[in-house]
Design a protein around this ligand. Sequence first.
Ligand code: ZN
Length: 171
Amino acid sequence: MNIKIYPAPVLLKKATPVKEITDEIRKTLDEMLELMYEINGVGLAAPQVGISKRMLVIDTARVDEGETKRPIKMINPKITKLSKEECECEEGCLSLPEIYREVKRPCEVTVEYTDENGKPQKLTADELLGRAIQHEIDHLNGVVFIDHLSALKKKMAVSRLEKIIKKYLES
Ligand SMILES: [Zn+2]
């Protein structure tokens, strides 16, 4: 399992729903969480590891500061409510290394999803968790955070990313 870097085709297309929650699906979610912790991510969506399925993992606990892990695994998540009020905050993405930009999003989100045991769940969140949920669900729809910027700002971010990737490949 490795992280797909933008603009990998799997990051640009809509992922398909998970039809059945099998051991294979549960194993994949566990592996995604493990990888996310390893690289200090807050969230990881299946398309980011090359799997075009509607599932994701999130943990906003500051594990590096001694907080206990709070893993959330979402299968087929669906946003059912977004606040009118919007908040602007800096975002980054494991698929866009070293790119950080201010992104405006609704401050609060309500999401309904199925957990890894097949139980329906509902969660309302704001702040970092609310933002991570929206960011990760975007990935399931082929959307990355720089798509929320103006066309010019997005173009600048993409050309910056190209330079960063080139630097990685050269070193
Ligand atoms: Zn991301």
